[in-house]
Design a protein around this ligand. Structure first.
Ligand code: 13P
Length: 340
């Protein structure tokens, strides 16, 4: 795969004001979300739910790519179509989560290091043969009094870059996801400081390990105050601090920034993305887009609750959230869209 093809796929994923839908929850995470709604935590329930998502009528109006999980990419729809085929038939680009999860980092209480480099070259080759065109790897950085440590930031940045260069070798566009977590009492300014430090380390490693910036997408957190911080800034303040942080840290060669939602409510994540595009879109070197899981799926999951009779209503809710986020890319989202 040539550098030009990788760059073309990366641009395609952020073209037309569309964005990504992450549906790559690991089995434990998916089961936890199902358990809260009393949905059976079985392989077939997970399969049915993922089928509901990818068969949503008109999903490709707003969604350019979906991120699948290893279990899902090996499953089929009720009619016996592979998920990659179902996604491609829906005119959406299939992607795959390839990390194997964040593990406790030895010697660093409270910090995590993402695993999955062992055997990654072979797994990427297999996923590419199955039809995946992009991949995702998530690093998690917790914020506390004495964390993150330099060692945690550096080890995660190195792993992201190793993953990135292996993806490009296999012809897959890497989505590079360093997530600074929202949990905690820390301020917006502390989140900005940590996010900027993490992004500087990530781009330093990407450069030294020869990852081609034109052929990747960055999936960062928005810069937000900790969930339990007493001061919660306005949507416009969050938008401004986030964009200024990214302008300092992200090279112009990167074609797109696709935010994770990280536990923000669906409407707030959309409103913040909208505010960034209203104020800054015309001045930015990269597209500002989305790669949400919860902020797109949660309302639909709550409607579905494992009931076949609720599938159509859940798909309608999913379509709506995807459409709101596409509007946010254009800076055209507003309360009127939520009014029904
Ligand atoms: P959330 O949007 O729910 O944070 O999920 C995005 C994601 O892909 C996490 O890795």
């Amino acid at each position: 795969m040539s550098a030009e093809e990788l760059a073309r796929t990366a641009r395609e994923l952020v073209a037309d004001d569309k964005g990504l839908l992450a549906m790559d929850e690991s089995n434990p995470t998916c089961n936890r979300r199902f358990a809260r709604l009393a949905i059976p935590q079985t392989e077939d329930a997970r399969r049915s739910y993922r089928e509901l998502i990818v068969t949503t009528p008109g999903l490709c109006d707003s969604i350019s790519g979906v991120i699948l999980y290893d279990e899902t990419i090996r499953q089929q729809t009720k009619e016996g179509t592979s998920f990659v085929r179902a996604v491609t038939d829906a005119r959406i680009i299939p992607g795959i989560k390839v990390d194997t999860g964040a593990e406790n980092m030895a010697g660093h209480p409270g910090e995590k290091l993402t695993a999955g480099l062992n055997g990654l070259r072979e797994r990427l080759e297999e996923y590419a043969k199955m039809g995946a065109r992009f991949a995702k790897w998530r690093a998690v950085i917790a914020v506390g009094d004495d964390i993150p440590s330099r060692a945690c930031i550096d080890a995660n940045a190195q792993a992201l870059a190793r993953y990135g260069v292996l993806c490009q070798e296999a012809g897959l566009v890497p989505i590079v996801e360093p997530e600074v977590l929202m949990d905690g009492e820390h301020t917006l300014e502390r989140c900005r400081e940590v996010t900027e430090e993490v992004l500087a380390a990530v781009f330093n490693e990407l450069g030294s390990q020869r990852v081609m910036l034109q052929g990747l997408l960055l999936k960062p957190n928005m810069v937000v105050p900790g969930l339990t911080c007493p001061k919660q800034e306005t949507i416009d303040e969050v938008a401004e601090v986030t964009v200024r942080c990214l302008l300092r840290a992200v090279p112009a060669a990167v074609p797109g920034i696709v935010f994770l939602s990280g536990g923000q409510s669906a409407e707030l994540a959309t409103a913040r993305l909208n505010a960034m595009n209203v104020r800054f879109k015309s001045q930015l070197p990269w597209a500002l887009s989305f790669s949400f899981a919860r902020a797109i799926q949660q309302p639909a999951l709550e409607i579905w609750r494992g009931e076949a009779a609720h599938v159509a209503a859940a798909q309608k809710a999913l379509y709506h959230r995807a459409r709101c986020n596409r509007a946010a890319r254009r800076g055209e989202y507003g309360a009127a869209m939520e009014g029904g």
